[in-house]
Design a protein around this ligand. Sequence first.
Ligand code: MG
Length: 461
Amino acid sequence: MNRALPLLLMWLLSYASLHAAETPPNFVIIFADDLGYGDLSCYGHPTIATPHLDQMAAEGMRFTQFYVGASVCTPSRAALMTGRLPVRNGMCSDKRRVLFPDSKSGLPASEVTLAEALRERGYVSGCFGKWHLGHLPPHLPTNNGFDTYFGIPYSNDMDRVGGEAPKGRAAFLDPKVEYFNCPLMRDLEIVERPADQTTITRRYAQEAIGFIRKHKSDPFFVYLPHNLPHVPLFRSPEFEGRSRRGLYGDVIEEIDWTVGQVLQALRDEGLAENTLVFFTSDNGPWLIFGDHGGSAGLLKDGKGCTWEGGMREPAIAWWPGHVPAGKVNRELATTMDLYTTCITLAGGQIPQDRVVDGLDLTPTLLGTGPSPRDTVYYYRGQTLMAVRHGPWKAHFRTQGAYGADSKERKAHDPPLLFNLDVDPSERDNVNAAHPEVIATIRTIVADHESKLEIPPSELEK
Ligand code: MG
């Protein structure tokens, strides 16, 4: 016994350390829809209360310069799921900005989704919410790497009903569930229509939590893309009249509450220290909807354009014991980098047979080194509008967000130039004073475009 015991102990210790090294983290990505940079209390909103996201930021890392791949839903989601600029994967268009219920296509089968890459490493994946990468069977989540799906497959304002329902903006400003005949799907089947949007936020979170509990012994990836706060706005009876910001604030506060529920489930299951949770949104606030749309805070403009308010988002990372607590990260990062970072942390392989735009954020996420990213590309459809390099952002073309000036595109030669470190609101064009910066950015653009192959748009099919 006394000779076998040390041997057994040694074997147990080596097994435990080997096992620990081989246990990759779980991933939970919570994606809001049309949430603005200024809409959370930890990003400065004066009257919306987001105690759970604030706590998540206090226990984790809050990014101040985090970008999405496009300023509208479909291409932004395609960037997150593939780690690639939408101009490379066919999921953008200069004619149709997103997929609609009459669209015939969606995410190409040749793309390697984050769920597909993680499946190679033994992960199970669940998608709970708005997909918007194609609602026909080949393009739905369960045919793109996810083991299960529950959600509205596109935006919550699509499938407007006619008849007695109010026309135009009136249906949004006093929304009723029955005005929007959106399908709610489980895997490939429609299970409810119209989807009861008053409870949709909490149902998505409950489904995600159920999946986490069921798969607590497996490596898992939970993708939780909420339909809200995209208009029309809905919240459950428990959140009616809760926020001083009105209906929009109620919606954000319910999303915030569900984030708290997800984090608590991870703590309860003993998974907190082995799960990276990331919260962000797909694009900036939809400003034409007045107080039904959010706020980009000090950033210019909103959803649909390539000013900062369209593409810079709140972003919070949480992974107790790994992501340093209470840190504000002011480096550049994008949703495409989440793709590469998650696959890298899982010990997986980034696709080598194509250009992947995502970079590995692990050093900046763990506080051990800088972000590898120094450049951000701002596309509108298939058109490159602006490029950021370090603090400098050059606009070669500008066009307004959805609204009165959204049709008018202006070309700029030389490009407009802003130093976002000192001028985050893009007010003072300093192009005359910095020709050398413009020359550097022109070189970056020439290199980028020389390697770019633009496939046919799936959104035009
Ligand atoms: Mg959106």
